[in-house]
Design a protein around this ligand. Structure first.
Ligand code: NAP
Length: 301
């Protein structure tokens, strides 16, 4: 069915939306520089050499360069001790030249991600994972919003998609995507005011719940999980999934698959994000916005 869609489906182009955010940030950074102020500085920490993590960190560093931020990539062997990693984070916390700190997850099994994230100064927590940051988000206080849900909010705003009074179904309840996404969509305010159902692996009647959704956010990590028979005519479908699926036909031996069966769902959805080129670029744009914000707060201190 590729290319033949019954209703007028609009693709939510994350690359284009992210580019417009980056263009605006570039101007803001140039303005800071012309006022003699320091430009934002993001430090990314990468432990080990997980292929997907390498790709994500490289994209983040490249995006920083694109908008005129300073960026530093600190790499450690997978055998690094938690103590050494914590020491590095403490140094970065007190370094006035550093605005944002991100630790690329997952970390090796011998290191507790929780302990590492908890060590990051909340004022530099541009990934939005620290308990203080999450607490503020839940309470509706100004804070760093985790990059992926923030990126989805920015995408909804860019395409002027109404969320108020609509039924949003979030599939997945992780701390980095599903849970914060459900909080944002249900909060009072722009890209909020939705009636939200959050689903997970123990949810019964998922198909029926999805069929009543005006907006579906699929964040479960199961390639092609959401199919047309789960989608109401004209619904907004946001695909967060990124899974490497073996594909011997490709040079690199795999392809990236989302959680939505794109060609199938395109026959029903009103708006749909592609993978790649949907939520991924928006996540990076959101991270940049958080880092700019961290830097701006420092200037206004
Ligand atoms: P995660 O921590 O593995 O969480 C997956 C969630 O999906 C869990 O809450 C799980 O339920 C639920 N789930 C699993 N199977 C299900 C099923 N059959 N029916 C209903 N719910 C089910 O994953 P994550 O970190 O949130 O990431 C989700 C996906 O998004 C992954 O593919 C990841 O690579 C991708 N991702 C993309 C971006 C981006 O920038 N585009 C950023 C982050 C993540 P339980 O809680 O009951 O186990």
């Amino acid at each position: 069915m590729a290319g033949f869609y019954l209703c007028e489906m609009q693709i939510l182009d994350g690359k284009a939306a992210a580019q417009s955010i980056k263009d605006a940030l570039k101007l803001d950074v140039a303005q800071l520089a012309s006022n003699g102020k320091e430009v934002p500085h993001l430090v990314a920490i990468l432990v080990g050499n997980n292929g997907a993590s390498e790709t994500y960190v490289a994209a983040k560093v490249k995006a920083c360069e694109e908008v005129g931020f300073k960026s530093t990539l600190i790499r450690f062997e997978s055998t690094i001790s938690a103590f050494r990693l914590l020491e590095t984070i403490r140094e970065l916390n007190t370094d006035p030249d550093v605005d944002g700190i991100l630790v690329q997850l997952p970390l090796p099994a011998h290191i507790s991600s929780e302990e590492i994230i908890n060590a990051i100064d909340p004022s530099k927590d541009v990934d939005g994972f620290h308990p203080v940051t999450v607490g503020r988000l839940v309470l509706g206080q100004p804070t760093f919003i985790p990059a992926t849900p923030y990126g989805i909010q920015l995408m909804l705003a860019h395409y002027k998609i109404e969320t108020s009074g609509r039924h949003a179904v979030v599939i997945g309840r992780s701390n980095i995507v599903g849970r914060p996404m459900s909080i944002l969509l249900s909060a009072a305010g722009p890209q909020g005011n939705a009636t939200v159902t959050i689903c997970h692996s123990q949810t019964k009647n998922l198909k029926e719940i999805c069929l009543s959704a005006d907006i579906i956010i699929a964040a479960l990590g199961r390639p092609g999980f959401v199919t047309a028979d789960m989608v109401k005519e004209g619904a907004v479908v946001i695909d967060v999934g990124i899974t490497r699926v073996d594909d011997p036909g490709r040079k690199r031996g795999y392809r990236i698959s989302g959680d939505v069966n794109f060609d199938d769902v395109a026959t029903k959805a009103g708006f749909l994000t592609p993978v790649p080129g949907g939520v991924g670029p928006m996540t990076i744009a959101a991270l940049l916005k958080n880092t700019f914000h961290a830097c701006a707060l420092k200037h206004y201190d």
